[in-house]
Design a protein around this ligand. Sequence first.
Ligand code: ATP
Length: 448
Amino acid sequence: MSDTTPNRADPVDMDTIVSLAKRRGFVFPSSEIYGGFASTWDYGPLGVELKRNVKDAWWSAMVRDRRDIVGLDSAILMAPRVWETSGHLVNFHDPLVDCRECKQRFRADHLAEQAEEGVCPNCGATGSLTAAREFNLMFKTFVGPVEEEAATAYLRPETAQGIFINFENVLTTARRRLPFGIAQQGKSFRNEITPGNFIFRTREFEQMEMEYFVAPEEGQEWYERWIELREQWYLDLGIRPENLRRDVHPPEKLSHYSAGTTDIQYRYPWGFDELEGIAYRTDYDLKVHAEASGKKLSYFDNETNEHITPHVVEPAAGVDRSILAFLLDAYAVEPDEKGDDRVMLKLHPRLAPVKVAVLPLSRKEPVANLAIEVWDQLRPFWATQYDDTQSIGRRYRRQDEIGTPLCVTVDFESLDDHSATIRERDSQEQIRVAIPELIDAIRAKLGF
Ligand code: ATP
């Protein structure tokens, strides 16, 4: 690690993260044996654990730990009228620019100044860019055996609309009073013009969205509160504060439904860019769906004896983008016990795909037997790995590189003193613990 060694205050470069992700089984290029499929990615054995952990951390913070939010899992395919009503059929587009020379396509709002002067940023041709035209980002599909217009459906480009159309169902079954929220995680699809930057922008991705319904006069206050709460969530999971900032959208940049939008941005290697958006959607969605469906999507206020349409504040996060931010932020190169470089992922223990690795100092009986016994004890409680190959130093390096917070080493002495060594990832501190007390000691160190 020479020129790629990051200063901890600086972001690591993308190639380093992409190659670590592939090499260690976090994220693979999709359809690789067929030459790949542009900008699609598969999560490997460690990636799927990390992804679950990110989603669980969000679900805990947004649903389980709170009194006022319930969950939902709505369908990806919905009645096309949902998208007609929400405005997505008409408004959900990006401005597309083509280069007549090299045939590259660009998002007009992402083009740099030189392109504004008509120079293609890809091939450098002058005057080759077309005027911007609107390109709808929704994927169309056909439901039923006949490809006819009547059976056109769309893959949802956001999970939020599934929440709005279930407002009445949730309100009556969960018997909620304002303010309350409905949270959902799931896949969304957008035919992005320029996907890229690894898992930052893909055409298939996962979202974590929550619609928080409030009395209209409390909308602004909750909008501000949710910006703080969501920012704090990333900080609590270890993102360094200097790598986060807020981007408040000026009125002319706001979506058609929004009375205020603030993005939480992360400092990716290419600069600050969106991680999560918090939008004050007012009563737009409930009103338009009520009008179009002819159903009442309102709330009866017992105190005033009035029906009102609640206002909505929406924190909308991306699972994949969060994973990228957590990986980038956790990456570090620090000296090991001997002063050599060790590559680390200093992931928060909650996010780390493996919590404890069990490492026997010998592959043979009786050390290996005792180590397997220890491993058997730990597996019901945490995600674990058992590794008995190569030197102990290399095994520590491997665990450091995937972010495992604790290693438990079973050695020859363990046979006599019935103890094992717990080694901490960040401090490299080692303590000796009696095997029957391992579970308590690990729990105390991890905090869960
Ligand atoms: P962008 O401006 O980057 O296209 P957006 O403002 O359209 O994003 P939202 O509609 O606010 O994004 O979606 C909420 C969140 O979903 C985003 O903050 C991001 O984390 C995630 N997200 C949106 N589009 C993508 C995508 N194509 N790939 C991965 N994640 C995405």
